[in-house]
Design a protein around this ligand. Structure first.
Ligand code: HEC
Ligand code: HEC
Length: 224
């Protein structure tokens, strides 16, 4: 049997213990990653891509990147079928200046997280219209670099990350197959110079000569 005062001490301990449990479980909940608050709305992405939003100063992406993400020339990259996570990252990098490009910094500045998620979802569902390799003299070289790398220089096979047909891997490696050769070559040059930063691609591009870049870029344009 407990005396009254012993009993109330037990009660205090009990209540204290309970509230400790409650506060610990509340803390655990708070420490869990927030559920994805932003849901992708591809239809809204399509509308913004096609029309822009003059009230917010957003230019229609279609005017450079073409209908459904298939641009008309190598000045502007094709975006059709590109993985959503990659597009999202690049738009954030243009916004922050991490990927320095005057045009795209302006184009991305007014985009919200929701806009970026919507446009990325829309573009990733489109299908790229591949081009063709144009230079017969370098196609063998381009293909051998893409498929097998350059062992003597420690250049890994592009296909090892970007896939045999250049489709890439969602969340990891961008699609490169079917892209305009001019754009691909320009990116390799920027990656070699370090003007565009990416640990893996900076190291790879640093080992490629101008001729090797041209050859592999031309080959890539024709794969899909
Ligand atoms: C005035 C022309 C123009 C407009 C309009 C434009 N872009 Fe671009 N975009 C470019 C150019 C040029 C590049 C290549 C930048 C570089 O060389 O780094 C580019 C690159 C990109 C890339 C990177 C592609 C890759 O493969 O890494 C994405 C993503 C992109 N644009 C999305 C958009 C979106 C979304 C919009 C609309 C909100 C838009 N762009 C509007 C010109 C434009
Ligand atoms: C170890 C994996 C890996 C290998 C091997 C690799 N890449 Fe990449 N590549 C990447 C990653 C990761 C990115 C994305 C960079 C970023 O986020 O800016 C990328 C991006 C690119 C881009 C830019 C695409 C765009 O739309 O702007 C080009 C072009 C490219 N790689 C070409 C090549 C070529 C050519 C080779 C072979 C010589 C090659 N890559 C080998 C991982 C790799």
């Amino acid at each position: 049997m407990f005396s009254n005062s012993q009993n109330s001490i037990f009660k205090i301990i009990q209540v204290g213990f309970l509230s400790l449990i409650i506060s610990v479980s509340a803390w655990t909940l708070a420490a869990e990653p927030a559920p994805a608050a932003i849901k992708a709305d591809a239809a809204a992405g399509e509308a913004l891509y096609g029309n822009g939003d003059s009230t917010r100063g957003i230019t229609a992406c279609v005017s450079c990147h073409g209908a459904a993400g298939n641009s008309g020339s190598g000045t502007w990259p094709k975006l059709a079928g590109q993985h959503a996570a990659y597009i999202r990252n690049q738009l954030k990098h243009f916004k922050s200046g991490e990927r320095a490009n005057g045009v795209m910094m302006g184009m991305s500045m007014a985009l919200t997280e929701q806009d970026i998620t919507n446009i990325s979802a829309y573009l990733s569902k489109q299908v790229i219209k591949p081009g063709t390799a144009k230079n017969k003299d370098t196609i063998t070289l381009g293909q051998s670099i893409y498929r097998g790398g350059i062992a003597a220089k420690g250049v890994p096979a592009c296909a090892g990350c970007h896939g045999p047909a250049g489709a890439g891997i969602p969340d990891q490696f961008p699609q490169v197959g079917g892209q305009w050769a001019d754009y691909t070559e320009a990116q390799l040059v920027a990656l070699r110079a370090g003007a565009r930063k990416n640990v893996q691609m900076n190291a790879i591009a640093a080992k490629l000569s101008d001729l090797e870049m041209k050859a592999v870029a031309d080959y890539i344009a024709g794969i899909h």
